[in-house]
Design a protein around this ligand. Structure first.
Ligand SMILES: [Zn+2]
Length: 234
């Protein structure tokens, strides 16, 4: 068997740098950073946080009232973004969630609407799923955002009480009904009169965030915004 020069280079690099960029899964990341230099240029950043007229806000138009909604990356199958999400969710790469959140949190502070956020709330996982995976990737993103924005986060408010069945074969209405009964709010008094930033890893139909958002909006004088790591076309 003949070794290709490219794979030799890869082996050489992996000896020097055991870490590999989670976006391309090829090159080493910039020292002390998440991604390689190539991916920092190639990743599909949305810059939605700079615009109050973006695709994420459009997706929720007419569904519930939002102050602001934003996502770091566009998501497509087989893309760099999918690699990043996969590493975060299934490869124990917890630091990705925290670092992405921290870097993005610093950017979000530039948005005047998001400056008024009082508390960050991650979309919870059902206890069964949490036990299986060992951690909730949205908690990590929330923790990072909290560091970057200098705003507290809490996993003690939105609770998942029903395991969601698979969403893919359902209609939009069925998905929403399915999600609506999945969440409950603990300690609602803490949230009264506050602007809450609800965060998740990826938004597709938006049914999960919508269900969490509607629950929070039932509490008197609350305002909500959404932030995710990625937004998929649906
Ligand atoms: Zn890369």
């Amino acid at each position: 068997m003949k070794l290709k020069p490219k794979s030799l280079w890869r082996d050489f690099f992996s000896l020097l740098y055991p870490q590999v960029c989670p976006a391309c899964k090829e090159r080493p990341p910039i020292r002390g950073d998440i991604f390689c230099i190539h991916c920092y240029y190639k990743l599909p950043y949305t810059d939605y946080h700079l615009s109050n007229d973006n695709m994420m806000l459009d997706r929720f138009w007419g569904r519930l009232e939002l102050e602001m909604a934003t996502a770091i990356f566009l998501f497509a199958k087989g893309s760099r973004t999918q690699n990043v999400i996969h590493a975060l969710k299934y490869k124990q790469k917890k630091e990705i969630g925290i670092r992405l959140g921290e870097d993005y949190g610093i950017k979000l502070k530039e948005n005047p609407i998001l400056k008024t956020v009082n508390l960050i709330l991650p979309v919870p996982l059902h206890l069964k799923k949490l036990k299986k995976r060992g951690y909730n990737q949205s908690d990590l993103f929330a923790k990072g955002l909290s560091l970057g924005m200098n705003i507290p986060w809490s996993k003690n408010h939105i609770k998942c009480i029903k395991e969601s069945s698979t969403q893919t074969r359902k209609s939009r209405l069925e998905r929403l009904e399915n999600a609506a009964n999945s969440f409950t709010i603990d300690n609602p008094n803490d949230l009264r009169g506050k602007h809450l930033l609800i965060v998740d890893d990826v938004i597709t139909s938006g049914a999960t965030l919508e269900a969490c958002g509607l629950k929070v909006l039932e509490i008197e004088n609350t305002k909500i915004s959404f932030a995710t790591i990625a937004i998929a076309n649906h």
